[in-house]
Design a protein around this ligand. Structure first.
Ligand code: CA
Length: 643
């Protein structure tokens, strides 16, 4: 206990904080390996020819230097060698890989010294993020889900791999007519691909990856790509090159790339961090047991200086080396504000303001135990942290489709009723007078993500007495279109889970983190079966990109919402000031009919044209007579523009 207190104290950091680079470095002039282990009595370095199995060819005693850093230097170029350490603390010796490793062997158990320049694909130096669009539309994707479906038309060697995102011209069952994969995503019009974990995680055996499945929220090596998505997890350089190739391909195809990062907890409590400096990197309760605000068994102590350095350097490394365009922080409500703000500042300074996005989940699973007074990045603190740090908005999500705590809970679109005050807040991205967000810049507005029921499953559960998840019921489709229309009319940054646009179902499974690939995979046949729903999303996205009143991310954005009123029970009309540089429509009028009867709406004076209705979100492209009245069918939306 006394030792734990010392480790978490400011005094310990004053004595041992080390601000220079750690890990392995190599080049033609020699190599160095540096490990921060201030409490260790001895550290031995083992060098291996392969990433697993083989015996160490060399073992050397590392030299302890200032501030608890152990070093090994040699005039040899160790590029391609694998290594680990034996770290002895209080008489207990633990074998550990390097927490700072940039490459590793199969399943991440040994680190690898690597010359990163040889992992760059052709043209990497010229790789650039595509220009920013007038709106950021974020699409959440899991690497294996994307290409695992055997009907998707992907080559066998690409299925479940990074490489599937490098292929154009892939079609359903190879029919040549129905694009899937990359071309499908381009057609959809999303601007940012948010990748579910692509760092090295522990729950899929990289040797038997085909039968394994996991979302990957169980980090092992924070600075190395996941091996099961590469063509050869045993060769450390391959996963690095293939992830770079994938990002290069996404950039070339017009997408920016957001990385999902899970710095709040590690896969196991005897992680490399713990084995290197036992007791330092995790938060403890007053009795010495581990804090568990993550619900995953441990909370990384982001407020401790060497831990903060570790996270900060890791995130900056992914941007610098892999050209990532931003981060989605898992359980950001566990991270301290100084960490998040330092990261945002560093990214803005280096890459230009707003170029790299930082947002996250502003909550945690449970209370966390801090050993010093720091403020965390949770929902209640959004008003006080840098307004450049974004957060997921559960209020809109729950208002539109019902709470995720209860499958039967309903929202606007599935018979739960429409409350005008709530709708008004949703439209303002909860950044208006009573919202938790400072501006819509902070708000990630969404209806579904990888967690919890898909939007489709939630709608089936609440609207279909037969619970036919795999069907394509007309009423469910109608409710889905209405939900999407509301989401794309909310200020903030629109976000959705890949497949939401085609009625993605996990057959009612709420938490599919380790369900079979067949449950999680994108069902490309379904994507074409529900092509009309896909087109509905496509039209909304294309329309959104033309509406400055909805794109406005400033603190005055809420003032653009001129009025919201109930025009019939559970049917609301709202008006938005859409003025802007080259605005096609001065004002936008929306009718959201969440009732089960037709609504006859009388429009305010003006030259109104229908831009989208409950069936067709591309009406803005078509000839369109001015009108004074509209008929809005049950469970449908209508969007109008004033010339
Ligand atoms: Ca792995």
């Amino acid at each position: 206990m006394k030792k734990l207190k010392w480790l978490s104290s400011m005094g310990f950091e004053q004595e041992y904080h080390y601000d220079k680079p750690l890990g392995a470095f190599c080049g033609p002039d020699g190599s160095a390996i540096k490990l921060w282990a201030p409490t260790a009595e001895s550290v031995f370095l083992h060098l291996y020819p392969t990433g697993n199995g083989s015996k160490a060819l060399e073992t050397v005693s590392m030299e302890k230097g200032k501030r608890g850093v152990w070093s090994y230097r040699t005039t040899r170029n160790l590029d391609g060698w694998y290594y680990d350490f034996d770290v002895t603390v209080d008489g207990v010796t633990r074998t550990t890989a390097d927490p700072y490793a940039k490459a590793c062997g199969i399943n991440g158990q040994r680190s690898m010294v690597i010359d990163l320049s040889r992992t760059d694909p052709k043209g990497w130096a010229e790789d650039k993020s595509p220009a920013q669009c007038p709106e950021q539309v974020i699409y959440e994707l899991h690497i294996k889900d994307f290409s695992w479906d055997s009907h998707g038309g992907f080559d066998a060697k690409d299925r479940g791999k990074f490489s599937a995102l490098c292929r154009s011209g892939v079609t359903l069952d190879g029919d040549g007519k129905h694009p899937t994969g990359l071309d499908y995503m381009k057609r959809l019009g999303v601007t940012h691909i948010q990748l579910m974990p692509v760092y090295d995680y522990g729950s899929v055996d990289e040797e038997n990856w085909e039968s394994g499945y996991n979302w990957g929220y169980d980090p092992v090596n924070y600075n190395v790509p996941e091996g099961s998505y590469s063509s050869d997890p045993a060769r450390g350089e391959v996963r690095i090159r293939e992830l770079k190739e994938m990002i290069q391909s996404l950039h070339a195809n017009g997408f920016r790339v957001i990385m999902d990062v899970v710095y709040n907890h590690t896969y196991v409590t005897d992680s490399w961090l713990e084995r290197t400096v036992p007791g330092y990197y995790y938060r403890q309760k007053s009795d010495g047991s581990l804090s568990n605000g993550s619900g995953c068994g441990n909370d990384v102590a982001s407020e401790r200086s060497m831990c903060r350095k570790y996270i900060l350097e890791s995130a900056l490394y992914w941007v610098e080396e892999y050209h990532m365009d931003g981060f989605r922080f898992d359980l950001m409500g566990l991270a301290d504000q100084e960490l998040m703000e330092s990261l945002q500042r560093a990214l803005d300074e280096k890459y230009g303001e707003g170029e790299k996005l930082v947002y996250g989940e502003p909550w945690r699973a449970d209370d966390t135990h801090l050993t010093r007074p720091v403020a965390l990045c949770d929902k209640d603190s959004l008003k006080y942290i840098s307004g450049k740090i974004g957060a997921f908005c559960d209020d809109t999500r729950d208002a539109v489709k019902g709470s995720l705590m209860d499958l039967d809970a309903k929202g606007f679109v599935n018979g739960g009723g429409m409350e005008t005050w709530k709708l008004k807040n949703c439209l303002a991205g909860w950044a208006g007078e009573h919202g938790k967000f400072q501006t819509p810049y902070q708000t990630i507005t969404y209806l579904s993500c990888h967690d919890d029921w898909t939007l489709w499953d939630k709608l089936v559960a609440t609207l279909d007495p037969k619970k036919n998840f795999t069907g394509c019921g007309k009423q469910i489709l109608r409710a889905n279109r209405l939900a999407a229309a509301i989401n794309f009319c909310c200020q903030g940054r629109p976000f959705f889970l890949a497949g939401e646009e085609f009625g993605r179902t996990k057959t009612g499974i709420k938490n599919s983190y380790c369900s079979a690939s067949q449950i999680n995979q994108l069902d490309w046949q379904r994507a074409w079966k529900n092509q009309e729903l896909v087109d509905y999303y496509r039209g909304l996205i294309a329309l959104r990109k033309q509406l400055p009143g909805f794109q406005d991310k400033t603190k005055d954005a809420a003032k653009r919402i001129l009025w919201v009123k109930e025009i019939a029970p559970d049917c609301a009309m709202a008006c938005v000031d859409n003025g802007g540089a080259d605005s096609k429509w001065e004002k936008i009028l929306m009718v959201f009919n969440c009732s089960n009867s037709v609504c006859n709406g009388v429009l305010p004076g003006g030259n109104w044209q229908i831009l989208a209705d409950g069936e067709d979100s591309f009406r803005w492209q078509k000839a369109n007579a001015a009108r004074e009245k509209v008929v809005v069918p049950a469970y449908s939306a209508m969007i109008l523009g004033e010339k």
